[in-house]
Design a protein around this ligand. Structure first.
Ligand code: HEM
Ligand code: SF4
Length: 520
């Protein structure tokens, strides 16, 4: 049973006319249409997102396909197969996303059935990765490996995914739903910005489990920190509880306006006490009060060489600046993961990758591999913390180019101030905020402004965002700085943020980055 109320929004109407996931039954026929993508009617173009196939206005006829990588975990064989699909049926560009997912570019509609079949063969799926669905569930990229976790939460993400994937009960939510289950103590997944956030806690008798928060979000309305529900749930019940919250959202969430349809608005309308009561009613038994919060204060990115909890084994986290990579590099990464580790590869929400289970004796040879000169285990402090959304090369909503300009900014900063400590700079090409800029030390939101008589690319700058136990949204510092003048502006801002560690005489208006023109 799904309970879409009939409302006026175009997307609700499309769903009422024909459920999104029904497009799976039609895809062979759509793909075979001789007219190709032009003949796909607008409703079906939206429905294609239910099978992870996204029309991209900047590249008409060339779709993006989003892969669901549950827990950000994949095997060498899976990554090899994805890289092969990207080279043979796409343009070889692969994007790692801030939800530990992978996007393939330049896919033609006629090839979608073949890709869906290939995904089945490697036990991956692109279903329900867009629109009003539960997106790829996130967990710590080092789950099961890091000594700094209370427990491995990945089985819960897998169990939850088995409940909803391909199940039409969950495919008509009022809006998207982001979910994290994590046992990591180092706050590595921005849990507090999720619709459902399950973070490590100790319940009655010191039992390990999750404390539950709901209604987090990011985006154009800013960052809303998920509100603690005062609920503790044991691991074996957590997926069922997430399911109950999802179905409560499905049935009670507002569908009147897309801009007020996220779970955050239901939590806001009801208040936490009523939300908890409604949950308890559905659950059919008293929910335990929150346990002791086990999270540390700091955030980790899990890059570099780190000892695993398994004696003698190491994880090697590599930086993929802005997550933009290519089929050849991903195929090589898959080879290295099998040759040096167990073949297990992890994706991080910082758009980076980790090779797991490398024996100590194999570390020197792995670190010598040519791929690691491009995807570094020891990147500059700026590259390490860099995140960037898709930007205008593939996203029609983008007001600026993000991926290469942000890379040029970090390279310039590194050449001038190589000793800066860690700094997380996150870029979004527009207010939608897919680059999580409200959670950054310095967040950039793309826009346009007038400068020297011309309309130019600009960024509104935010600072001081944080996730973890004391999560807070970044504060707006300045509106619409022309991108070409960032060289003048950024060093001073960073110096201020870092207590003038760079240069005590730096002045925000007078500092300069000699020779850097970010628009070239
Ligand atoms: C009206 C609001 C939004 C719109 C229209 C929007 C649009 C998009 C588009 C078009 C893409 C795909 C671009 C591409 O790679 O080709 C995308 C990806 C993405 N967006 Fe948004 N977005 C919105 C809000 C958000 C918010 C609030 C977040 C949370 C921070 C977010 C997180 C993401 C992520 C993580 C991806 C990468 C795919 C994934 O891993 O799921 N988006 N978004
Ligand atoms: S933030 Fe804007 S530009 Fe970037 S991917 Fe999202 S919608 Fe596109």
């Amino acid at each position: 049973m799904t309970t879409a109320t009939k409302t006026g929004t175009p997307i609700e109407r499309i769903k009422d006319e024909k459920p999104g996931l029904d497009i799976l039954d039609d895809i062979d026929e759509l793909a075979a249409q001789h007219g190709g993508w032009e003949t796909i009617e607008p409703g079906d173009r939206e429905r294609l997102k239910w099978i992870g196939t996204f029309f991209r206005k900047p590249t008409p006829g060339r779709f993006m396909m989003r892969m669901r990588i549950t827990n950000g975990r994949l095997t060498s064989a899976q990554l090899t197969a994805l890289a092969a699909l990207s080279s043979s049926l796409g343009n070889g560009v692969m994007d790692l996303t801030t939800r530990q997912q992978i996007e393939l570019r330049d896919i033609q509609i006629l090839d979608v059935p073949e890709i869906l079949r290939a995904l089945c063969d490697i036990d991956l799926s692109s279903l329900q990765t867009g629109m009003d669905n539960i997106r790829g569930t996130n967990t710590c990229a080092l789950s099961g490996l890091t000594p700094k976790e209370l427990f491995d939460a990945s089985p819960v993400g897998e169990e939850f995914t088995r409940m909803f994937l391909g199940n039409r009960e969950y495919t008509n939510l009022p809006r998207k739903l982001n979910v994290v289950f994590t046992g990591c103590l180092e706050n590595c997944v921005h849990a507090e910005t999720q619709d459902i956030a399950m973070t490590p806690g100790r319940g009655p008798g010191g039992l390990n489990g999750f404390n539950v928060a709901v209604g987090g979000k990011m985006g154009s309305g800013g960052m809303t920190v998920a509100q603690p529900l005062d609920v503790f749930v044991e691991l074996q019940d957590a997926a069922r509880l997430a399911s109950a919250i999802t179905l409560l959202f499905r049935d009670a969430g507002s569908r009147e306006k897309r801009t007020r349809a996220r779970l955050a608005f239901l939590v806001d309308d009801w208040g936490v006490d009523r939300f908890r009561k409604e949950m308890e009613e559905r659950w059919g038994a008293p929910l335990a009060p929150a346990g002791k919060d086990a999270r540390y204060d700091h955030e980790a990115d899990h890059l570099g060489v780190n000892p695993q909890r398994q004696e003698g084994l190491y994880s090697v986290g590599l930086c993929v600046p802005t997550g933009r990579t290519c089929a050849d590099d991903m195929a090589e990464l898959a080879r290295l993961a099998a040759a040096y580790g167990s073949g297990s590869i992890r994706l991080t929400v910082g758009q980076n990758v980790i090779i797991a289970d490398v024996p100590e004796g194999k570390l020197p040879a792995l670190l010598d591999e040519p791929l690691l000169s491009r995807l570094s285990p020891d990147p500059s402090s700026y590259a390490r913390g860099l995140v960037s959304c898709t930007g205008n090369d593939y996203c029609n909503l983008a007001l600026i180019e993000t991926k290469s300009v942000s890379r040029r900014v970090v390279e310039a900063l590194h050449s001038l101030y190589p000793d800066a400590g860690p700094l997380r700079m996150y870029w979004s090409g527009c207010p939608a905020g897919c680059g999580n800029h409200h959670a950054a030390d310095i967040g950039f939101q793309g826009g346009k402004t007038r400068y020297e008589g011309e309309v130019v690319d600009a960024v509104t700058i935010f600072a001081g965002g944080k996730t973890g136990p004391d999560a807070r949204a970044a504060r707006k510092i300045v509106d619409q700085v022309p991108v070409s003048t960032l060289g003048k502006f950024l060093p001073g801002l960073i110096a201020k943020l870092k207590g003038n560690k760079f240069d005590p005489n730096l002045d925000l208006t007078e500092t300069d980055m000699p020779g850097i023109d970010f628009e070239s």
